[in-house]
Structure formats: C-alpha cells, structure tokens
Design a binder for this molecule. Structure first.
Ligand code: CAA
Ligand code: NAD
Length: 286
C-alpha cells in the first residue's frame, strides 16, 4: 500500500470540481465512488471524465490504456450509503456551509471511524466544518483548483483540531496525485481565494461603474498582466454563484467592508446567469 494508505475514495458532488477530483483520483489508481443527488449529473460527469481522459491520452499527457483502467475504477451513485467502504471522503458540493456541514455529518455516521473527511470548500473555515462531525481530528481542507486535471496546485488546510497524522496522509496523497501543495492556515478564503476573489470582484465593480466594457477589462488584465484568461472570463469559468458565495464568506468571516460583494456580481447570480455551466454569465457560450 502507498504511503497515504488510501484505496477507496468517495467524492460527494459530481459538478465541475467533483468530477475533476474523481478523474484525477481514478487516474492515479484509487477506487472512486462519485455521488450526486442528481442522477443526470452523474451520467454527465462520467461522460465528461471519459472525454477528458480521451483527450489527455490522445495528447500523450497520460499513457495509452489509462482511460479504460480509470473508468473501470470509477462508479457513480446517488445515495450517500455508497460511501460506506471509503477510507477518504472528499466533499465537493456547492459552496454552502449548512449543506456541507450536513453532508459531512452524514458521512461521519456512514463511514468507518478511521475514514478521513476532506472538503474542497473554496473559503469556508475547516474548523467549523470539522465541528459538525464527531471526528474533527480527521477533517481537513483539500482545495483543488479548476480544471482539476490540468491545474498543478492543491491547497491543504488543517483545521484547529486536525491531527498531524491526518495532514501527513493528505500531503502524501497530494504528492501521489502528482500535485504541488500550498499549506494554508484556516482563515476564510485560505490563500488563493483571499487574493483572487477580490480581484474578480473588483472587475465586476469596474464593469458596473462603466470604467470599460467586459471585453476591455478582460483584455487589459489578460494581456497586461499575462493571465491565461481575464477576470470576468475566469469568473464565468468558476461559476458566478461560487464567486458570490466566496465573497460572502470573506465579507462575513473577516468583517472588513473591502470584501463587500459587488452588486453587479450579485445581480448576475439573481438572474441565474451563473457562467459557463449555464451557457450564460458575463459572456454567453454555445
Ligand atoms: N481535461 C482535459 N483537457 C482539458 C480540460 C480538461 N478538464 N480542460 C481544458 N482542456 C484542454 C482543452 O480542450 C484544450 O485542448 P486543445 O488545445 O486540444 O483544444 C487545452 O486544454 C487548452 O484549453 P483552451 O484552448 O480551452 O484554453 P486555454 O489554453 O486558455 O487553457 C485553461 C484552458 C487551462 C483553463 C487556462 O485558460 C487557464 O489556466 N485558465 C485559468 C484557470 C485558473 O485560474 N484556475 C483556477 C481558478 S480558481 C480555483 O480553482 C479556486 C476556487 O476555489 C474558485
Ligand atoms: P457545481 O455547481 O459545478 O457542482 C456542485 C454539485 O453538487 C452539483 O452537481 C450538485 O448537484 C451537487 N449537489 C448539491 N447538493 C448536493 C447534495 N445534497 N448531495 C449530493 N450532491 C449535491 O460546483 P463546483 O464548481 O463543482 O463547486 C463545488 C465546490 O468546489 C464548491 O465548494 C466550490 O466552492 C469548490 N470549488 C470550486 C471551484 C471552481 O472553480 N468552480 C474551484 C475550487 C473549489
């Protein structure tokens, strides 16, 4: 058995992040059960994982045969009971604290005592999520970046009660998945979103104030600061609902008005223009 000791990973939430996490885990030899409350989403996630692996195989990023082997290790379900044999559960449902706490508490009841519970939350303090379970020493933040198969980083966030053993096993897993790690203290937004989201939020305020068109804001930042995509395209890519939820966690958790969500960002979410996943956000997608 490898250093991390995990064989079977359960992933809750088969959206863009959960499916990417499941893909990377299955590609690296783990048995994966991917769960979503929406059966259609599990079917879509499986098709997306297959397409992504086919593409990576065609480009020789992964070895021939990896796709078939990974798909054999992956199963999907709609019932949390399928987590029963997992020795690691990674929660990746929408950025909503009551929902995440509820699902982690259910995973706590359903799994063996030694199972580790990780959250892919973008911003919510891990200490609070851990306190929703009877095993806070085995609860940790494992923040993958989007798109998971391509991005090199995982932020690892131990909560106040997380044991060194839990942290060390997760660090060993990140390495086995071929990722780099940034370790963060447990404060709202951790490292990446504490810095990235205020920039994205400011792009919405600039757009709201008529400083420039969406295209010019993105062009300015993409070509002027060498970013792979402008902040408004990146917000559409992440999901505007997720961006707003993160800003709300930063605003409430840090108590500083500089994290106030942009009213324009809020308006897009209220309109249901959530970004690429809904084919419409700041920009439209076919
Ligand atoms: N699997 C396999 N291949 C994929 C893929 C996936 N999941 N996603 C994209 N690709 C492929 C594309 O199909 C494309 O392949 P071809 O060249 O053969 O067409 C290739 O990757 C490049 O993609 P694109 O041409 O679409 O565009 P790109 O060159 O801009 O690369 C990108 C795409 C990697 C997403 C790049 O734009 C990028 O790095 N963007 C920024 C991403 C980023 O900042 N992520 C972090 C977000 S913040 C976060 O994750 C934390 C949070 O909590 C919100
Ligand atoms: P998403 O909207 O694409 O997917 C969320 C999934 O959770 C959906 O498929 C939904 O059906 C499922 N879900 C909701 N309630 C559920 C329940 N009770 N039981 C099972 N499944 C349920 O969202 P996403 O972009 O994948 O984000 C998921 C998490 O990852 C969030 O916490 C987000 O902050 C975090 N995150 C997102 C990004 C990003 O760029 N989008 C990056 C890093 C981390």
């Amino acid at each position: 058995m490898s250093e991390h000791g995990f064989k079977h990973v359960g992933v809750i939430g088969a959206g863009q992040m959960g499916s990417g996490i499941a893909q990377v885990c299955a590609t690296h030899g783990l048995i994966v059960t991917l769960i979503d409350q929406d059966a259609a989403q599990t079917v879509k996630a499986k098709a997306q994982i297959r397409a992504s692996l086919e593409k990576l195989e065609a480009k020789n990023v992964i070895q021939a045969g990896t796709m078939v082997a990974a798909m054999e290790r992956l199963s999907v379900a709609t019932d949390l009971a399928a987590l029963k044999d997992a020795d690691l559960v990674i929660e990746a449902v929408v950025e909503n604290e009551p929902l995440k706490s509820k699902l982690l508490a259910q995973a706590d009841q359903l799994t063996r005592r030694e199972t580790i519970l990780a959250s892919n939350t973008s911003s919510i303090p891990i200490t609070r999520l851990g306190a929703a379970t009877t095993r806070p020493g085995q609860v940790i933040g494992m923040h993958f970046m989007n798109p998971v198969p391509l991005m090199r980083l995982i932020e690892v966030i131990p909560g106040m009660a997380t044991t060194p053993l839990t942290t060390n096993r997760i660090l060993a897993l990140c390495q086995a998945l071929g990722k780099e790690v940034s370790r963060s203290q447990d404060y709202p937004g951790f490292i990446v979103n504490r810095i990235l989201m205020p920039m994205i939020n400011e792009a919405f305020t600039a757009l709201m104030e008529g400083i420039a068109s969406a295209e010019d804001i993105d062009k300015g930042m993409q070509l002027g600061t060498n970013q792979p995509m402008g902040p408004l395209h990146l917000a559409d890519f992440i999901g505007l609902d997720t961006c707003l939820a993160i800003m709300e966690v930063l605003h409430e958790g840090l108590g500083d008005p500089r994290y106030r969500p942009s009213p324009l960002l809020r308006k897009y979410v209220e309109a249901g223009f959530l970004g690429r996943k809904r084919q419409r956000g700041v920009f439209t997608y076919t």
